[in-house]
Design a protein around this ligand. Sequence first.
Ligand SMILES: [Zn+2]
Ligand SMILES: [Zn+2]
Length: 96
Amino acid sequence: MSTCELCGRHPVKCTTHHLLPKVEGGTFGETANLCIPCHKQIHALYTNQEIAARLTTIRSLKEDAKLRSFIRWIRKQSPNTIPRTKKSNELRKKER
Ligand SMILES: [Zn+2]
Ligand SMILES: [Zn+2]
């Protein structure tokens, strides 16, 4: 359990997000601890290419308009709540 670097909630179960996506060359790059809903939201909103182009810092993620409204909302949710994030068709294909 730790603190999410994006929404600041704690204690929450965190996952490792590569600030520069692995597929874009970030395998050994910087990472951030993100709670599951924040992490899912980033990847639901942006492709790895978009993240690599302009969202490779926590600061730029926090300042992004779409994520900002999500963060405002998630902050009010209890750390125990894991909201459902709709999976994109692309993700579903990968899991098959
Ligand atoms: Zn979070
Ligand atoms: Zn990630």
